[in-house]
Each structure stands twice: as structure tokens, then as C-alpha cells.
Design a protein around this ligand. Structure first.
Ligand code: SF4
Length: 450
């Protein structure tokens, strides 16, 4: 068993924790209500999703040209563009920019690509203080936890738990109201942001026609941190490039509705380059396995993802096993699809069989990614490459052997129970309910009736 599978088995045990289940159900239930209302704002939401699907696919198919266009225009605007093959490359580039500066601190936004390159650990090792511009991430850092959801990083914490965390650290009243908690954290974040001259963010989109970086948020802290810093470093996957600013009129409202159930994200900005005379702005274009995904005609569609988190919020598997079992920052259905190809097929092959194929993710995806089809393609690749945990295969083979043997099918109920129990124990499904076996096989029953 490899390390990722071992971690998966350990972290997914939370599925048997009643309290976790209730918290996840409550928090995702609140999201689903807002989401249903926001979809009602559209006269024809399906048409809008279809348009978004076409726009994102057009961008993917023209990615090479669009990236070059973006680079040319962004440089014309006074910015610099760097191309990173992988996470190490991107981290080295960041260090080359910030390493020699005396003010050894940075602010960072809530961005999955920054988690992908492991920026927090890297900068911590280098002795750099990292301030979070996101309220959720600030709370998580105080609690000593990792993000649980791409859009709601602290989804696994209840209001009471957040109150206890802030009470322990800052002596805030443990019974503070939600408003008091939010105001307190907002104040803390706002105090931290001006302490640094360097901000590092992801990007929602890169505009090829203008050479602009699009940032969408609800708290306004990214804009604040960019405004107070004189160095802005953007780390963006190469999949973030889109053709035109006009595409945003469809993509931003639709993604907002699916991400948080709001009509529109509160703060949307397009940054065209460095501000002021001494300002500098860099965009690091990150590959890190994305061209490998592009090569597969089916899985390629996953690169259309806007990371709105809608598929994560509605996924019954995620609600049960939580955000840590996936093992990478790419959580939920889309993470299940991307991780094996983006990271390591052998290490993450077990994710391919995680899905129940209920199809809810595909139903809610604003850019109409057929996530179930992508899951099935992943399974095909895993089976073809013969990677992953083979114990499950041998379990299925044994069961097929049983089903094909008339003698075994007709054996007494107590013997069948013993055999099934042995199989269940051997494969470590000890927390599953034992299936109730019929006293007689179908064949025996039909003979008795005749
Ligand atoms: S796959 Fe679709 S629903 Fe899931 S995060 Fe990406 S855009 Fe959102």
C-alpha cells in the first residue's frame, strides 16, 4: 500500500464520525439553498452554461496562441512573464524575486494553485512570514488546520469551534456572535496586510486580448493587499487564459452563482500591470502536469474548471470523507479527476474508484464539464496501466468465482455468511454493515416454488 492510499484510508475514517457528518450536511445544505436561489435568477441557466462550456473549450483548444498573446500584451503593459515547468521552478522564481528583500514577509490569497506549489511550507522554511488575505484561511492558520474546500476553506469548522479557536488565541469571548467573529478576524487581517510590500495571488483568468489578470473575491482583501504592495506576483496555471474580456460577462456571474450562490462576486478587478513608478508585477505561468492532461482528449476538459467548488459542495463522497482524504489541494470530484494525471498515477490510482457516479457534480458544473465521463476515463487508464491497489481486484475476482459456482451459491446460509465475513475482514471493510444474505439462492427458491 503506498503512502497516499494509507493517508486516504486514515483520513477517510472521518466518514464514521457522526458530528463531522452533521456539520458537513449543515454547511453544504446552506450552500445548496443559496445555490438553488441564484440559479433561479437566470431565465435560461442551461443556455448560459452551454455558452460558458463553449468559451472555455475554445480557450483550451487555442491555449498556445492565447498564452503568447497574453505574454506579449502583459509585457507591453510593463509586467514580466515567467514560465514554470513545475512547482519547484515556480518556487525558485518566487524566491529569486523576493529573496533579497529586507522586508521578509508576503501576503497570499486563497488560491488553490498556491497550495499546489506548496508556497506556505516553502516560504516558512526560508524564514518568510506569510500573511493570509482570506478570512477563512486566517482562521485555519490560527487553528493549525489545512483548507477543507476550495472556496470555503474552513467549511469543516462550526461557528462554535471558530469561537473557541479565537478565544484560546486572542481571548475573544467564546460566545461571540457570527458578526463579532467575522469583524474581529477582518480587523486582524486588515492589520496584517499593510505590513508587507509583496503580495502573491492566483488568478481567476488571464486575458489574452488585454494582457490583464482577473481577480474575483468577496472580501476585498486581495485588492487591498495588491494596492498596498509594490510587488505583485501572480501564479496562474496555463489553463487560466481566455480569449477576451468580453467572456467575463458570462463566466464571472455564472461562476459566482455556482461558487457561493451569490448573483455576482463583490469585488472583481482586472490588473493590467505594475502600478506607480517603483511597482513591479510578475505573472508565473505554471504547467506542472497540465500539458499531460491536455494530451488526453477526454480528461482535457477538466482544465476548463473555474475552481468554483460547486461539484465539491454537492458531492456525497466529499460530504462523508471530508477534504483531507484526497491528499492534494485538488479536492472533490474535479480533484479526483485531475490528481492522478497531474501528480502521480500510481500514487493516486485509488481516487479513480472513489466516485459513485451519481452525476450530481456534472449537473451543477457551471462550465458543463462531464465529470462522470472523466471519472470513467480515469478508471480505464488505471485498469490499462495496471496500477493501484490490486486487493480490490482480487476481491471482485473471488466474488465472481462464487457467483459462477452453483455449488457455492447453493451452500447453506451460515457457510455463505462465514465466507463473506472472511472476505470483508480480509479487505479491511470492517466498518461496513454485513449484507443480509438470503436463506436460499434464487435457483433453490425457484425449484421449491415449482
Ligand atoms: S468541475 Fe465544474 S463545478 Fe467543479 S469546481 Fe470545476 S467548474 Fe466548479
Amino acid at each position: 500500500m503506498n503512502d497516499s492510499l494509507r493517508k486516504f484510508k486514515y483520513d477517510s475514517e472521518i466518514a464514521f464520525n457522526e458530528e463531522h457528518w452533521q456539520k458537513m450536511n449543515y454547511n453544504t445544505g446552506c450552500y445548496e439553498k443559496r445555490f438553488a436561489n441564484s440559479r433561479n435568477n437566470y431565465r435560461n441557466v442551461e443556455l448560459e452554461r452551454e455558452r460558458a462550456f463553449l468559451l472555455r473549450n475554445k480557450s483550451l483548444l487555442n491555449m498556445e496562441k492565447l498564452l503568447v498573446d497574453f505574454e506579449t500584451r502583459f509585457k507591453d503593459n510593463g509586467g514580466q512573464v515567467l514560465w514554470a515547468c513545475d512547482a519547484d521552478d515556480a518556487l525558485q522564481m518566487i524566491w529569486d524575486i523576493i529573496g533579497k528583500r529586507s522586508n521578509n514577509s508576503v501576503s497570499r490569497s486563497n488560491s488553490v494553485v498556491l497550495d499546489e506549489i506548496g508556497i506556505d511550507d516553502y516560504l516558512k522554511q526560508k524564514g518568510v512570514q506569510v500573511y493570509d488575505s482570506s478570512i477563512g484561511r486566517y482562521i485555519l492558520k490560527v487553528a493549525g488546520k489545512e483548507p477543507y474546500h476550495p472556496v470555503y476553506p474552513a467549511l469543516n469548522l462550526s461557528k462554535e469551534e471558530i469561537g473557541q479557536v479565537l478565544n484560546k488565541q486572542f481571548k475573544l469571548k467564546a460566545d461571540s456572535t457570527t458578526k463579532q467573529l467575522v469583524n474581529f478576524v477582518r480587523h486582524q487581517v486588515n492589520q496584517d496586510l499593510p505590513k508587507t510590500q509583496i503580495c502573491i495571488t492566483g488568478a481567476n483568468y488571464l486575458l489574452a486580448d488585454m494582457g490583464g489578470v482577473v481577480l474575483s473575491e468577496n472580501e476585498g482583501n486581495i485588492v487591498k493587499s495588491c494596492a498596498s504592495a509594490n510587488i505583485h506576483i501572480v501564479v496562474a496555471g496555463i489553463d487560466k487564459v481566455i480569449s477576451s474580456v468580453e467572456d467575463l460577462s458570462i463566466l464571472i456571474p455564472l461562476t459566482s452563482a455556482h461558487a457561493t450562490g451569490s448573483g455576482m462576486t463583490s469585488v472583481n478587478s482586472i490588473t493590467m500591470g505594475p502600478s506607480g513608478d517603483d511597482g513591479r508585477m510578475y505573472v508565473i505561468l505554471l504547467n506542472n502536469g497540465r500539458t499531460d492532461i491536455l494530451e488526453n482528449e477526454v480528461i482535457r476538459q477538466s482544465l476548463s474548471c473555474t475552481h468554483c467548488g460547486a461539484c465539491v459542495s454537492v458531492c456525497p463522497i466529499y460530504k462523508n470523507i471530508g477534504g483531507y482524504a484526497y491528499g492534494t489541494p485538488y479536492i472533490g470530484p474535479i480533484g479526483t479527476v485531475m490528481t492522478p494525471l497531474m501528480y502521480d498515477l500510481e500514487e493516486y490510482a485509488h481516487l479513480a474508484s472513489l466516485c459513485s457516479l451519481c452525476g450530481r457534480c456534472t449537473e451543477v458544473c457551471p462550465v458543463k464539464i462531464p465529470i462522470e465521463d472523466l471519472m470513467i476515463e480515469n478508471r480505464r487508464i488505471v485498469a490499462e496501466e495496471r496500477v493501484g491497489d490490486t486487493r480490490y481486484d482480487s476481491l471482485v475476482k473471488t466474488l465472481i468465482g462464487h457467483c459462477k459456482s452453483r455449488k457455492k451459491m447453493d451452500c447453506p446460509q451460515w457457510l455463505k455468511k462465514v465466507e463473506v465475513k472472511q472476505l470483508v475482514n480480509k479487505n479491511n471493510f470492517t466498518k461496513r454493515m454485513m449484507p443480509e444474505l438470503a436463506p436460499k439462492s434464487f435457483n433453490q427458491m425457484s425449484k421449491t416454488e415449482n
